[in-house]
Design a protein around this ligand. Structure first.
Ligand code: HEM
Length: 432
């Protein structure tokens, strides 16, 4: 373990018990002759000896003493990461947690080959919610809890921390969920600041509307923004759908959040619209549920995690992710939580869309649009001897997003047509 953690521990004990307390702790741990430097690593056994000696001296349980240590350490870790330019000065709990594995631990480990930071993965589920998977032979999830509590105290953000799966209770890893436990803070986003970022970077935003139950999704630009309204540019179909709905949902590229806006005026010729009452919605796409369909026929999928490939079948699909079923395998368990994966599958567009094409050749009906997408594994469950995996897609390029949307629209139309037929002839319906 790196000397920084030992020095932080010394600081913690000295603050609580004075210098004599640190000497007593080191004596109890059998490490009286040991001194630590921030640029060196020391045996894990020494850290463990110190953590094991701490509870008695502090008159706390092991769990409580590690939580207290983590809380104490949080401000110093943040200060260090800011001084190194690894995290922004205006970041708060969620931003920091999201970024630590790659942007802090990962960078530190690149610079110092002796470092051995934990296998920690984070996945931002909403503006105010993050999931953490932690795996390390050091099993310091209580310290993590403490660091998170410390971050919450630093930024005055009340947090709810849950750990439904823990290595100390038989889990292969620890799985935590951290949520901002304040209805006001969880909805607070500096929207003018976010739009200004999009405008200045000439980045694209994505709009989501729906017409006759079919999702209409296009990208667009922010042309102008004031406190009250935002002028955007996007495709004509999107503008028409916005006009019909009177609202639109949108996501910004640098912020995995759902935003909702009312549509004021639409100029179809100039491809522009004025939006107002821009507010944060819940979840990635706000309260709007995305259309998730079950494929109308079997779609095989290959999923690659590190160097292993798994074959399976898609169970359901939306523009944000999919579920798939694979034969149970020892390797596919909670260890792949949040892990980056690559998926390849073909969506059978012709058979889904050209329903009226009489002379469709066999070839065309099976030809599909091939997609190779990156994503993260969100959940793994065993169901009836098979593994069911839920995967969220990373950022999709426009062409892939439209392919999925075209497929979903075609399936939705097909299901609707079948429902209409069944309604027209209830006597022949096989539904109970
Ligand atoms: C933001 C600034 C942070 C800095 C600069 C930082 C730095 C470090 C360093 C230097 C180590 C020692 C690694 C080694 O010896 O190989 C470490 C370990 C660790 N850090 Fe961080 N860290 C930060 C944030 C966090 C956060 C936010 C968490 C958890 C929520 C966290 C969890 C841990 C854990 C659990 C370990 C112990 C290693 C293990 O369990 O295997 N760190 N960190």
């Amino acid at each position: 373990m790196n000397g920084i953690i030992f020095l932080a521990c010394e600081d913690f004990i000295v603050e609580r018990l004075g210098l004599d307390g640190w000497d007593a702790l080191m004596a109890k741990a059998g490490l009286s002759e040991c001194y630590y430097q921030p640029d060196q690593s020391y045996p894990d056994a020494e850290a463990e000896a110190i953590f094991s000696a701490m509870p008695e001296l502090l008159e706390l349980s092991r769990e409580e003493s590690l939580i207290a240590f983590g809380r104490h350490m949080a401000p110093g870790l943040v200060e260090m990461a800011q001084a190194m330019g690894l995290i922004g000065d205006d970041w708060t709990t969620m931003d920091i947690l999201e970024f630590v594995p790659d942007g802090v631990h990962g960078v530190l480990a690149e610079d110092d080959p002796d470092m051995d930071p934990p296998d920690m993965r984070t996945l931002r589920l909403k503006h105010g919610e993050i999931a953490i998977a932690y795996m390390s032979k050091r099993r310091l999830c209580h310290m993590i809890r403490g660091i998170i509590q410390g971050l919450g105290e630093m930024y005055d953000e009340p947090l709810a921390i849950e750990e439904p799966v823990c290595m100390h209770h038989g889990g292969l890893l620890c799985r935590m969920s951290v949520r901002i436990d304040d209805p006001y803070l969880v909805r607070y986003v500096d929207i003018p600041r976010e739009f200004e970022l999009v405008r200045s970077r000439i980045a694209e935003i994505t709009f989501y509307n729906r017409y006759k139950g079919v999702p209409i999704i296009s990208s667009g630009l922010v042309l102008k923004y004031s406190e009250e309204e935002v002028l955007i540019q996007t495709d004509r179909e999107q503008l028409l759908a916005m006009k019909m709905e009177g609202v639109t949902h949108l996501t910004l590229p640098h912020m995995h959040l759902g935003i909702k806006a009312r549509v004021d005026s639409v100029d179809i010729k100039k491809c522009m619209a004025v939006l107002y009452q821009v507010v944060l919605a819940d979840g990635v796409l706000g309260r709007r549920r995305q259309t998730r369909i079950k494929p109308h026929k079997t779609i095989l999928i290959r999923l690659r995690h590190k160097f292993t490939e798994y074959q399976g079948e898609i169970l359901d699909l939306s523009v944000s992710g999919l579920s798939m079923e694979v034969e149970t395998s020892d390797k596919l368990n909670e260890l792949v939580l949040f892990a980056p994966v690559r998926m390849a599958f073909s969506l059978p567009m012709n058979s889904a869309t050209d329903l009226d094409c009489e002379d469709r050749s066999e070839d065309e009906s099976i030809r599909g649009r091939y997609l190779a997408l990156d994503g993260n594994c969100l959940n793994v469950e065993e169901r009836q001897g098979k593994n069911v995996l839920r995967v969220v897609f990373g950022t999709l390029i426009d062409a892939d997003r439209s392919t999925i949307n075209d497929y979903i629209s075609a399936c939705t139309r097909q299901f609707q047509a079948i429902r209409d037929l069944k309604d027209a002839f209830p006597e022949y319906s096989d539904d109970e």
